[in-house]
Ligand binder design. Structure first.
Ligand SMILES: [Zn+2]
Length: 141
């Protein structure tokens, strides 16, 4: 794969492309070609519309991970959260740049793109989304 192609693919992934059902307005991430909810109600022929997630959401649930997974050189402990996006879908991702003790449910977060890991043999760097805490400018520390 050429560098340009690789970069385009990467950018596409960065955009959090989702799909929205025009019938029931449900947003799916990753995008789906049919709406499972409307399929049940036999309205599956409606066309899904591509849309973008804003990247904004809030922590719905989280867990603190103390052991790094194989192939992931992450600093432990780190926080893995279920994030309910503003548009509805729930995404799983690591919460970065935060003390695990500071994290609580309902915290506003924003998707950010970080290096996930580097492939030692090929030198390919893998990127993916993670979540950063949205800190209120008025909050004092
Ligand atoms: Zn639907």
């Amino acid at each position: 794969m050429s560098v340009a192609r690789f970069w385009r693919e990467t950018l596409r992934r960065y955009n959090l492309g989702a799909s929205k059902c025009p019938e029931c307005q449900t947003v799916f991430f990753p995008p789906r070609s049919v709406c499972p909810q409307c399929t049940v109600h036999r309205k599956s022929m409606t066309k899904m519309e591509p849309c973008q997630l804003s990247g904004k959401g809030e922590i719905f649930s989280y867990t603190t991970v103390y052991e790094a997974a194989d192939g992931f050189e992450m600093q432990v402990p780190y926080v893995l959260a279920l994030v309910k996006m503003a548009e509805g879908p729930v995404l799983t991702g690591q919460v970065v740049d935060v003390d695990p003790k500071e994290v609580h449910e309902g915290m506003p977060v924003k998707a950010t793109f970080r290096k996930l890991r580097e492939d030692g043999d090929s030198g390919v760097i893998h990127y993916g989304y993670k979540f950063a805490i949205v800190r209120s400018p008025t909050a004092s520390k």
